[in-house]
Design a binder for this molecule. Structure first.
Ligand code: IPE
Ligand code: IPE
Ligand code: MG
Length: 246
């Protein structure tokens, strides 16, 4: 492991500033172990800890984790209830370590759709971790990218209607400023676990030039070593942004 970290650090200008992860495969991990789906979600918490710590070690500035999609509201009520209770447990059990490690937590998504206890847990973790300077941890909860884009369009339309903005002034910079992700640069690297090759309504606007990495590893089996391997793979790539190589 120290070798992997050393390799990453040997190209300091190529460390991804922002890594986003679609944490997938908890249910399949559980069935592989003859366990209920909920145990897969529980086991996935350990991987969250791994990637938070691993991101700090590797020098990543922003880590965005897709924890619950807008479409996930269509899952059985019992599964949703379990995931929400896990969120509260995460907030309570991790808060001290997050503060100690200098992690500042943010949440993006339609939080209004959640129940008061979960919203309270989210509010608490955001407030207590404010000012953390080592890592910005962005949790996408009740998040859907199309809904985020519509919300941005509506906000801009309201500004135009109020006479505060000219339609001709709307450009990519102004549009991006109306998204939840306004404070952070676009992800450099997107990791999806469990061997799926799709975006599942995650950061559609922000991923325009992100490097994609998929691994068959199921989320509960994902460790910081896997994160480091993904970063090393990223460091070997040539990002052209539509231009030709000099
Ligand atoms: C990811 O694991 C966690 C969430 C989407 C909340 P899944 O629950 O989607 O696991 P699989 O894809 O069924 O294996
Ligand atoms: C994407 O995983 C959402 C999260 C990881 C939170 P899903 O398991 O919900 O996505 P699909 O249904 O396989 O596309
Ligand atoms: Mg899944």
């Amino acid at each position: 492991m120290p070798e992997l970290l050393q390799q990453i650090k040997s190209s300091p200008s190529r460390i991804p500033a922002h890594v986003a992860i679609i944490m997938d495969g908890n249910g399949r991990w559980a069935s592989e172990h003859d366990l209920p789906r909920s145990e897969g979600h529980r086991a996935g918490m350990k991987s969250v800890r791994e990637v938070v710590e691993g991101s700090i070690e590797a020098g990543v500035d922003v880590l965005t984790l897709y924890a619950f999609s807008q479409e996930n509201w269509q899952r059985p009520r019992s599964e949703i209830a379990f995931l929400m209770s896990l969120l509260q447990r995460y907030a309570r059990s991790e808060i001290d370590d997050l503060v100690e490690n200098g992690v500042e937590v943010h949440v993006i998504g339609d939080v209004e759709r959640m129940n008061p206890p979960e919203r309270k847990a989210i509010g608490m973790i955001i407030e207590k971790t404010r000012g953390g300077a080592n890592l910005q941890l962005v949790l996408a909860i009740s998040y859907g990218s199309r809904a985020e884009i519509i919300r941005a369009a509506r906000r801009l339309a309201e500004e135009v209607a109020a006479g505060d903005l000219e339609p001709a002034e709307i450009d990519e910079t102004i549009f991006a400023r109306s998204l939840y992700t306004e404070p952070w640069p676009d992800p450099d690297l997107l990791i999806r676990t469990s061997g799926e090759y799709r975006i599942s309504n995650f950061l559609l606007w922000q991923l325009a030039y992100t490097e994609l990495y998929t691994t068959p590893v199921l989320w509960p089996d994902f460790t910081r070593r896997h994160l480091f391997e993904a970063i090393l793979d990223y460091q070997r790539r040539e990002r052209r942004f539509g231009k030709v190589t000099a």
